[in-house]
Unconditional design. Structure first.
Length: 181
């Protein structure tokens, strides 16, 4: 399985190099060419971490994606204001350039973050299409709804969006994963 995955990445890299485009290449691949499954960033008083369980899944297998927001400032705690959740999980299938949108309600909420204790939010699905969308995209989304992520290379550009003391904070990072046969 590992050899097949590695060979697939090599073929993908060669084909992308030959056509002069790198938009489908895993931007955050590690030194072994595997997708990045864990990424974190610190901005001001907050650390945001985005995680998926592993670099490759099989079609129909549950894909676990979650984010954590940790207050690392000088106070014992801080209260943040946000929509229903501070976490967003927009996902792009890069091979076909299809978006799996992630909607969140605009309901105002507040959460108190205790210094050093992460708040966790999980991706719980998404996706939608309209009447004007192409049939191939509709089929992709319907397959996703019915069977989970279809075969492809996925990029998650997760972020947290909230306000603290009247100041808006948007902090995020990117991970990627592959879904095989």
């Amino acid at each position: 399985m590992r050899i097949r995955f590695t060979l697939g990445l090599i073929v993908l890299a060669i084909s992308l190099t030959s056509c002069g485009s790198s938009k489908d290449t895993p931007a955050d691949a590690d030194a072994d060419g595997r997708p990045t499954t864990d990424s974190s960033v610190t901005q001001g008083d907050f650390t945001y971490r985005l995680v998926t369980s592993k670099p490759e899944y099989q079609h129909g297998e549950h894909v676990s994606i979650y984010a954590e927001l940790t207050y690392v400032g000088n106070e014992p705690s801080v209260t943040i204001d946000h929509s229903d959740s501070p976490f967003y999980f927009p996902i792009q299938e890069r091979t076909r350039n299809y978006a799996i949108d992630y909607a969140i309600s605009d309901v105002g909420a507040s959460t108190t973050l205790v210094h050093g204790e992460p708040l966790r939010g999980s991706f719980d699905g998404g996706g939608a299409y309209g009447g004007d969308d192409r049939q191939a995209y509709k089929d992709f989304i319907e397959d996703y709804w019915k069977n989970g992520f279809p075969k492809g290379y996925y990029e998650v550009n997760g972020f947290a969006d909230f306000s603290v003391s009247g100041q808006r904070v948007k902090i995020g990072t990117r991970i990627d994963f592959i879904v095989g046969d």
